[in-house]
Design a protein around this ligand. Sequence first.
Ligand SMILES: Cc1cc2nc3c(=O)[nH]c(=O)nc-3n(C[C@H](O)[C@H](O)[C@H](O)COP(=O)(O)O)c2cc1C
Length: 355
Amino acid sequence: MNETKTITIDRKQSHVETCLKRNVSFDSKTTGFERYEFTHNATPEINYSEIDLSASIFGYRISYPFMISSMTGGYDKAELLNRKFAQIAEKLNIPLGVGSMRQALENSSYRKSFSVVRQAAPSVPILANIGAPEVAKGLTDEEINTLIDMVHANGLIVHLNPAQELFQPEGNTDFKNFLTELQKLTEAVSVPVIAKEVGCGISPETARALVDAGVQIIDVAGAGGLSWQKVEEERYIQQFQHENRFSPSALKELLNWGIPTAQCLVGIALLKAENPHYRHVGLIASGGISNGIDIAKAIALGAEIGASAGLMLKALHDCRLEETILTWMNDLKAVMFLTGAKNIKQLQQACISLK
Ligand SMILES: Cc1cc2nc3c(=O)[nH]c(=O)nc-3n(C[C@H](O)[C@H](O)[C@H](O)COP(=O)(O)O)c2cc1C
C-alpha cells in the first residue's frame, strides 16, 4: 500500500478517536438556538398521544424528523461502526449518511465498510458521500456510479470542508472549479445531490450558488457543535509539535470560524421565502444539534429535519444510541404539545422568536 493511502486510512480512524477522546467542540461560538424561544400555547387543542413525528425526505416517509449524519467508512473498524449505525437507523426508520467514500474509489477492499450499511438498513434512505476537493478535480461517470451503487444510495452528499482541509496536515486546499464541476455532477448523477458543510455553515449566498449548480438539498452543518478545525489542529499538534502555523489570537478565531447553525437556517429560509426559484430546496439542520428542542427550533426556523454526528458517535460508543435518539424525539414531542403542533407541518408554522 502506498503512503498516501495509509495516511488516509489512519486519518479516518484518528478522526473517530479524536472526536471520542478530545474536546473538539466550538468554545467561543454556539449554534444560536439558545437565542430563540417558542411562544407557549396554553390551549394546545391536541392530544399528546396523537402527535405525529413522521416526516418526508429523499422521497421516503420516515418515522422521525432526524437523520444520523455522515461519519465514517474506509478502514476495517469502520465496518462495525457503520453496521451499528445502520441497524439503529433501520430500527427507527430514519436516514443515515456514510462518511467520505474517496478511499473506496481508490481501493475496492474498503467498499465493504460502506456497503454493510445497505445490508443492515435495506429500507431507509442512505446517503453516499464525497468531498468538494474530489468533485473539483472532476469525477468520471464510472466513479459516480460506483459511489451510488456501493450503498444503493438515495442521494449523494457533497461535503464542503474548506476550513477542515486548511487545518488538516495533509489537506487538499484546491477548490478551484468546484461549482463548474458540481454542476456537471448534478447533471450526471441519478439521485438528488445534497450539499453539506461539516461544521462551518452555509450562507444564503453560498446556498444560492449551490442550488444554481443543481443541488436539491442543503444541509447547513453550521457552527456550534464539532469544530473540524479543532479536530485537525489536534492531529497537527501531534505531528508538528513546535511549529506554529498561525499567530495565537488568529488561531483562536480560526478554530471557532463559521456561521452558527440557527443563523444559516434563518438566512436560507428567507432566501426560499423571497424567491420562488429556491422555494423547493430541501433544508437539513445540523451542526451542534444537542437535543430535541434544538430539532424543534430548527424545524420552526425552516428545516425539514435535524441531523447529528459527533453526539451520535459518542452515544454509540456508550451503547445508548437508540435511547439517545428516542429521548431527543421525546423532547421534540414535548415542544410540539406545548406549541399545539400535532405534526411536523404544524411545527413548521409554530410561533418562534428571538428572546
Ligand atoms: C468521526 C466523524 C467523521 C466525519 N466524517 C465526515 C465525512 O466523511 N463526510 C462528511 O460529510 N462529514 C463528516 N463528518 C461531519 C459530520 O457529518 C457533521 O457535519 C459535523 O460533525 C457537524 O455536526 P455535529 O456538530 O452534529 O457533529 C464527520 C463527523 C464525525 C464525528
